[in-house]
Structure formats: structure tokens, C-alpha cells
Design a protein around this ligand. Sequence first.
Ligand SMILES: [Zn+2]
Length: 404
Amino acid sequence: MRNRNLALILSYLHQNSPISRAELSSQLGINKASISTTVRELIMQGIVIEIGMKTGVQEVGHPSIDLMINPDSGRVIAIDLGSDRITAVVTDVAPNILWRKEVSIKGAVDIIEILSITQKIIDESCTIARSYNLPILGLGLSLPGILDIESNTLLAAFELGWRDVNLNPLMLGNEDIHLYTGNVAHMGAQGESYFGAPLNTCSALYINWGLEVSGGIIINENVVPGGLGLAGEIGHFSIDPHGELCACGNRGCWNTFANEESIFERIKTDIENGKTSRIQELTKGQIEKISMRLVMQSAFQGDSVALEALNVAGKWLGVGIANYINILNPELIVIGGPISQAYNFVISSIEEEINQRALPWQRKGCHIKPAHFRQDASLIGAVATVIWNMFNNPVERIKKANHS
Ligand SMILES: [Zn+2]
């Protein structure tokens, strides 16, 4: 009960600060004595701070002081391994981004080189985080693929061609900092529900639209892990039994119609068939150097080939989403990840397909919106994952971080 109250109070403070003890008590339905005891403990630990006197809402005999999360109660490191770049941030607990670095891995030849680049950026992030002389609450690492988060093993990242990669050696020299690994969509869902638009719904689906289409299913504000923590591999839903070969080995997975590679392939085919595109100039004729960044740049400049490729991917995204609306009856679908930058270009195609295919009652009760953090959703999700773990066992973890 004590830990449950701690987690509830901290998460509520994060989304509703500044707020008084009395308001916390009435909003959370926890009695005032328990709130007082728990808040005293959190203040002593430096996790929560008191600020000013609240004007207007003053209880008789008890000046009402507001409470908020202390952003300087620690530092968080988050790393997102994407298809063409690694992004790292150091944040406070608010979470304000205090330092950010992106490194391209577009020219990296193999997994050894990518892991070596990842380790270097982890080293640098840890050095930056240590320079604040504050507790480091952990390092969240978001990856595209199927993960065993207990052993920090990437079981498979089909699009990268990786299998059974132990990620613990990435922390060599920084073993005192706790590593939290997670799938890009699970972390995106965690970030959106904690810091983005709060998913105050019974049922929501977060879709990471990028290298793969993957999902984080949210029920009652919690990301559903599934039996082995592997739920949400929605991109491998079979759409066409005789379709293109998916990187997973199956044919006709949803991914093959709507992921990043499918967009690149459509653009390459259009160019081979004689259409002209700004992407030819941007890649200096080396179309194999196509990236999502160049597709977006071209789309913003009105390039018809880029816009059409995004539009077709959007239609296929809508086809798959319609299936999930019928299966899960979600109240909300949130689209994040690298291709979500194109949300405004594709939302009408997505909705057109959904309106045609989803059952009308389920469709009526479902809203679709872009992720609050768009392409940074999984990065902020990695921050949220670290903080979520602190919230669920805050005092012990803060103590541990302080002694590290
Ligand atoms: Zn597949």
C-alpha cells in the first residue's frame, strides 16, 4: 500500500504540479494523514519540494503549500537506436532536456560498428550526467526489436538483421548506472502516457511508425507487456498470405506495406519508371542513400513522388489500424516514431481507410492523433521508463542512485 501510494502521488505530481496536499488527497482519494506521511518522506529524500504559498485556496489554520517534483532530484540518460541515427539525451526529472547528441549510423557497415558507436555515445552521456554531481537514476535504451528486458538481450531486430545480442557490455565502465532496455513502441507508449497527452482512457494503442510498424497496447494507463513482455508486434500481422517476404521470414506482414523500407521501395520504383523526384538531387543520383529525412525534406517541398509514397503507406497503415480498432476497441490511437513527422500529409488517407473498414460503432468511439513527442516519442519514453521504475520503488532506487 505504501509503495502504491508513493507511485500514485509521484505520477500525479508529475502531470499536475504544482498542487497542494489537500488537493492531492481529494484527487487521489487517499486520506490526508497518509498523504502527509508519504510527502514528508519524499521531501526528506529530495524527490519532492515545497513551493510558495497557494493563493486563494487556504485552509483555515493551515497555509496551503504547493508541492512539485524536484527536477534536480536526479539525472536520466536516454538513448534511442534508430534506423539511421543514434540519439542521446541527458534530462532532469521534469524532464527537461539538458544535453542532446545525434550520431549518424547510415554508413556503418555492420552490427559491431553500430554497437561500438552506441557504446561511445553511452560513455559520453554518462560522463555528462555525472558532471551534475546528482544521483543518476538510470539509462533507458530504446531499440527496434524483440527484447528480453530482464537479461537486456535483443532477441531479434529483423529489419537490422540482429539476433541474440547481449546489451549489457554496452555499459562497460558504467556498470554503476542501471540499464533499462525496451522496445521502441513500448517505450513510446510509456512516454506518451507519462509525459505526453495523458492517456486517461481504458484502452489505447500507441503505434511506432518507422523501421517497423510496432505497437504498445495501453490498458488502464499501463503498457501491456504480454506473457513474456513481447506483446505489440503488430507489424507482423499477416495482411496478404502471398505478399512480399517480410524480414521476419513470413510473407505479407503489415510491415511490408507500411514501414520505412516500403516507402523507399515505392520511391525507387517510381524513379526507375521515369518519374522525377527531388530525392534524386538530394542523393546526388545515388538513390540507395535515400533516408526518411530526405523523404520528409522532399515532401515538405511538395515533391509528388515522396508525397505519393507516403500517401500509399498511410493507406496501408489505415488498413491495419482498422483491424486493431475491431480487435481492441481502443478509445485512442496515437501515432509516433520517425514517419509520424508526415502525420499531416497522411492522416486523411489513414482515416479514409479506417472509415471504410472498421466497424462503425468501434470507429465512432476511437480518436486518432499524433504522438505529443512525434519522432522523439521513444526517446522521451526511455526517460519515462527510468522514471517509472523510480516511481514504482522511489525511495530505494534514489538511495541506490545516491550511493552509486
Ligand atoms: Zn513479419
